[in-house]
Write a protein that binds this ligand. Structure first.
Ligand SMILES: O=c1ccn([C@@H]2O[C@H](COP(=O)(O)O)[C@@H](O)[C@H]2O)c(=O)[nH]1
Length: 233
C-alpha cells in the first residue's frame, strides 16, 4: 500500500491527466481546493474512475450543522479521506462524523482527519498572529488528542509532531504529513518541513508530496525514489 499521497495541485484538467498518465498503476492522490473550485466534484469522480485512491483535502471549518451536512455530501463521493480544521472544536468534529456516517456508501464512510496547525505556520506566526500561546508541538498534540476524543481517525500534522502524536493517541491514529521536501528542494511557503527519510524514521503513516514530485524534471522517477525511501525497513 502506498505511503505517498501526491498533491494534484494543478490549474488545468490537461495537466492532471498528463501527470496521471505517467503512472502505470493506481496511486494515492490528494485533490484540494485548487482543482475542486475550478472543476467541481466532476474531477473527483473522474480521478476515482481511473482507479486512484483519493484524499479530498477541503479542510472544512464551519458551524457543526453546516459541517455535518457538507460531510454527508462528501461521503457520497466515496473518497478515501476527507478533512476539517480541528480549530472548529469537538462539537463540529463529532457532527462531521455523524454526517459521514449518514452519507456512507454501503456502510463504509471515508476516514476523517483534522488539520492541527498548517505546515505553513511557524512557531512565531502561531503565537503572534493566531494568538495561540505555547509551543507548536504541544498545541498540535493537544489538537490531535481533541480530534481523537471526537471520534476522528487521525490528523494532518508536520513530520516533527508525528511521533509524539502516536505516543499520545496510539499507533492506529493516522498521521498524515505534508511539508515534505527532498534535501535540495526549496521550502517555498512551507515552514515545518522534513525529508521523506525523516518522515519514515518518525513513523508517519502517510506523507503528502506536491511540488517536489509535480515540479520535478521526472515526476515518475521522483515518486518511485520517495516511495522506496518510505518502504525501507
Ligand atoms: O498543513 C497542511 C495541510 C495541507 N497541506 C497541503 O499539502 C500540499 C503540500 O504541497 P507541497 O507542494 O508539497 O508543499 C498542498 O496541497 C497543501 O494544500 C499542507 O501543505 N499543509
Amino acid at each position: 500500500m502506498s505511503k505517498t499521497i501526491v498533491a494534484l495541485d494543478f490549474s488545468t484538467r490537461k495537466e492532471v491527466y498528463e501527470f496521471l498518465l505517467k503512472f502505470h498503476e493506481p496511486v494515492y492522490v490528494k485533490i484540494g481546493m485548487e482543482l475542486t473550485y475550478s472543476f467541481g466534484f466532476e474531477i473527483v469522480r473522474e480521478v476515482k474512475a481511473m482507479g486512484h485512491q483519493i484524499f479530498l483535502d477541503l479542510k472544512l471549518h464551519d458551524i457543526p450543522n453546516t459541517v455535518k451536512q457538507a460531510m454527508k455530501n462528501l461521503a457520497k463521493l466515496d473518497v478515501d479521506i476527507v478533512n476539517l480544521h480541528a480549530a472548529g472544536g469537538s462539537t463540529m468534529m463529532k457532527a462531521a462524523i455523524e454526517g459521514l456516517k449518514e452519507g456512507a456508501i454501503n456502510g463504509k464512510r471515508p476516514l476523517c482527519i483534522a488539520v492541527t496547525q498548517l505546515t505553513s505556520t511557524s512557531q512565531e506566526a502561531m503565537n503572534k498572529e493566531l494568538l495561540i500561546p505555547g509551543n507548536v508541538q504541544d498545541v498540535v498534540i493537544d489538537y490531535a488528542k481533541l480530534a481523537k476524543e471526537s471520534g476522528l481517525d487521525g490528523v494532518v500534522c508536520s513530520v516533527h509532531e508525528a511521533k509524539a502524536i502516536h505516543e499520545a493517541c496510539g499507533d492506529d491514529f493516522l498521521t498524515v504529513t505534508p511539508g515534505i521536501r527532498l534535501a535540495d528542494d526549496s521550502a517555498d511557503d512551507q515552514k515545518r518541513v522534513a525529508t521523506p527519510a525523516y518522515a519514515r524514521e518518525q513513523g508517519c503513516d502517510y506523507i503528502v508530496v506536491g511540488r517536489s514530485i509535480t515540479k520535478s524534471a521526472d515526476p515518475l522517477s521522483t515518486y518511485h525514489q520517495i516511495e522506496a525511501i518510505m518502504e525501507e525497513a
